[in-house]
Design a binder for this molecule. Structure first.
Ligand SMILES: [Mg+2]
Length: 130
């Protein structure tokens, strides 16, 4: 089963790096959507069938945590597995995100960490299917 992924990061270089990492990890990537801030990410999550969201925290217009809160408040997007990839150093904020069911990955990341997180969140790529 292929995985439709939405990557939300204000850095286009980081978005490209994340997408390349997922491709290299051997996961079956379906449609890939990109957004440069939380507001665009929210719109993309509402307008498309998205299986997984990978989001940054620090972004202009709407940050990643605000976007996640909006997603959780909307039944249509509340259940989408979400990974946050960030340089965020605040343990308080990281714990708050984890309590909301978010998987947190520190930048810089390795392909293995991304792949393992996606597998455990979605069950896709472990050979057993979802
Ligand atoms: Mg950023």
């Amino acid at each position: 089963m292929s995985l439709n992924v939405l990557v939300v990061d204000d850095s286009s270089v980081m978005r490209a790096m994340i997408i390349k990492t997922i491709r290299m990890s051997g996961l079956d990537l379906g449609d890939v959507y990109q957004a440069a801030n939380g507001k665009e990410g929210l719109e993309a999550a509402r307008d498309n069938w998205v299986d997984l969201v990978i989001a940054d925290i620090n972004m202009p217009v709407m940050n990643g945590e605000e976007m996640i809160d909006e997603m959780k408040a909307d039944p249509e997007t509340a259940g989408i597995p979400t990974i946050v990839i960030s340089t965020e150093g605040s343990e308080t904020r990281i714990e708050r995100l984890q309590q909301k069911g978010i998987t947190f990955i520190h930048k810089p990341f390795t392909p293995e960490i991304i792949k393992d997180s996606i597998r455990s969140l979605t069950g896709i790529g472990d050979g057993n299917g979802p």
